[in-house]
Design a protein. Structure first.
Length: 525
């Protein structure tokens, strides 16, 4: 036994307590030697309020994870290292057999992030808490500090996604179901464009576009397909440049401002299926794409095979780059992609922002005040090189957009060039392109042939209505079809939860079901 890292001791209450047997001959019990179960109960009682996901660092005898499963509805994840011997010494059957329990043994940071982003669902869970078993973590601090950092990184990823869903979840749903009718005639993008996209120019709306507009025009004359962001559209038209394709992905109605007064005849317009439904009605040639919204993914699998486009970069310039990649562009030049504010300017001349503020100014809030409020709505970041004298300023959001575009460009096969501008520098580095991932089989559905948009919505409404009432461990009790339907409601649950923090999970689910059914019935009627 002395050759083992672990030995088993018996507490005064009769429970088996694992202890580390150190080289010095000293033993380090991982729990109370009086009553480890009582110790675990006290710990869980102190953290269980609104606990939805518990991450325990260190398994030990499993007392605290077991109590968390017994006294809360939380999912429980345990992270530990080198525990094969420990598992052979203690019977963890009741713990390991619980469907809310997960054990990660010797995980990498990537594995920790993956499991938490897959399992931690802020829509339904409460808080996520990290609970270290101190007597265990103190024996290997670097291992557990790294694990805790990975957990926090995963929570940050999930929280950002949740924050976006909390703001737009209900609007996305409303827009998507209203666009279903218009999308009925949508065809696969690749077979509808008669012009070549091998050479493509992408026009974003940064201030540098003012100086680059002549070069963009020359690219168009030299056979480049011009894809522009919706924000840049009026700038191009004002300068006599008619883009081949316009891309719009914002679900907010402020997007309408990009198109007012523009002659859209003959311009191919591509919209996220969650775009405001008025926009496609303005276009003579509207097309829809499906992004990562679960309802968009579901209707693509179950009804209309919309092209699936990566817009995870969070901005329309990134979406244009994804579109060019999707269409097979081999040579791409980016114009107006500043991802920063140049001096005091946020957009190129001719974009919506200038007439938008001009129409809203008054004596108490002049044009300069409105422009300044927009410019300074987020704090500026210091220069990456530490210099104080620069012509452009970045915010955390703009830097995030730039970094995501750099990541996207690094794995594309196309040759990408950035037109010389005054904004933040985009660094292009090529990486070995990984094999394309297969589509998520979660939404691989055998769809009915030639089903109309109205019929799809009618069936979808019935599927929502037939979802069972909430019960403990709800998602795991749903069958595959019910999980698919329920997943489409999650962004709406985020939005509802954001506005009504006091609502319990059962109330959230029932309220969002009623809301979604009402919205569908408005469209059907």
């Amino acid at each position: 036994m002395n050759n083992c890292r672990y030995i088993i001791l018996e507490s005064r209450s009769g429970d088996k307590v694992p202890a580390f047997f150190l080289q010095s001959g000293e033993t380090k019990p991982l729990h109370s030697m009086i009553d480890p179960e009582k110790e675990a109960s006290r710990l869980v009682s102190s953290i269980k309020e609104n606990l939805g996901f518990a991450v325990f660092l260190g398994l030990g005898g499993g007392f605290a994870p077991q109590k968390a499963l017994e006294e809360t509805d939380a999912k429980v994840l345990v992270i530990d290292f080198n525990i094969k011997e420990l598992v052979s010494l203690i019977n963890y059957k009741s713990l390991f057999s619980n469907e809310r329990f997960t054990l990660l043994e010797d995980p990498s940071c990537e594995e920790i992030i993956k499991i938490i982003t897959e399992q931690y669902n802020p829509h339904l869970c409460g808080n996520l808490k990290i609970i270290p078993l101190r007597t265990r973590t103190d024996l290997n601090p670097p291992l557990f500090e790294t694990a805790a950092t990975a957990v926090k990184e995963a929570v940050e990823i999930v929280s950002k996604d949740y924050s976006v869903q909390a703001h737009f979840g209900k609007r996305w749903f409303s827009n998507i179901i209203r666009n279903v009718k218009t999308a009925g005639s949508n065809k696969e993008i690749k077979i509808n464009f008669s012009f070549s996209v091998k050479k493509t120019a992408i026009a974003a709306a940064g201030p540098s576009l003012d100086q680059q507009i002549q070069s963009l025009s020359e690219h168009g004359k030299n056979g480049f397909c011009i894809i522009c962001t919706d924000t840049a559209l009026p700038v191009l038209l004002h300068n006599g440049i008619k883009p081949d394709i316009v891309m719009s992905i914002d679900c907010q109605h402020i997007s309408l401002n990009h198109f007012f007064g523009c002659n859209l005849n003959g311009i191919n317009m591509i919209f996220d299926i969650a775009s405001p439904p008025m926009l496609p009605r303005l276009a003579s040639s509207p097309y829809f794409i499906a992004s990562g919204h679960p309802l968009a993914q579901y209707l693509t699998a179950a009804w209309q095979p919309l092209p699936v486009l990566d817009i995870s970069g969070g901005n329309v310039t990134y979406a244009c780059l994804s579109l060019a990649d999707y269409l097979g562009a081999e040579n791409i030049t980016l114009f107006g992609a500043d991802f920063s504010y140049i001096k005091s300017r946020t957009y190129a001349k001719g974009t919506y922002i200038y007439p938008f503020f001009e129409n809203r100014q008054n004596r108490f809030s002049p044009l300069e005040a409105l422009s300044s409020a927009f410019l300074y709505r987020s704090p500026f970041l210091p220069a990456e090189d530490g210099s104080k004298n620069k012509n452009y300023y970045e915010t955390s959001s703009l830097k995030f957009y730039r970094k995501k575009l750099e990541e996207k460009a690094s794995i594309m096969n196309a040759q990408i060039t950035i037109a010389h501008g005054q904004g933040a520098k985009i660094v292009l580095t090529k990486k070995f392109k990984t094999a394309e991932k297969s589509k998520n089989s979660f939404f691989q559905i055998t769809k009915e042939k030639n089903i109309s948009g109205i019929d799809f919505l009618e069936q979808y409404r019935k599927d929502i209505a037939s979802l069972p009432e909430y019960s403990l461990n709800y998602i795991n009790k749903l069958n595959n079809k019910e999980k698919q339907i329920f997943t489409t409601l999650l962004p709406g649950i985020s939005a509802l939860k954001h506005r009504n923090q006091q609502l319990k999970t059962q109330e959230l689910i029932e309220k969002i079901k009623h809301h979604c059914i009402d919205e569908i019935e408005k469209v059907l009627n």
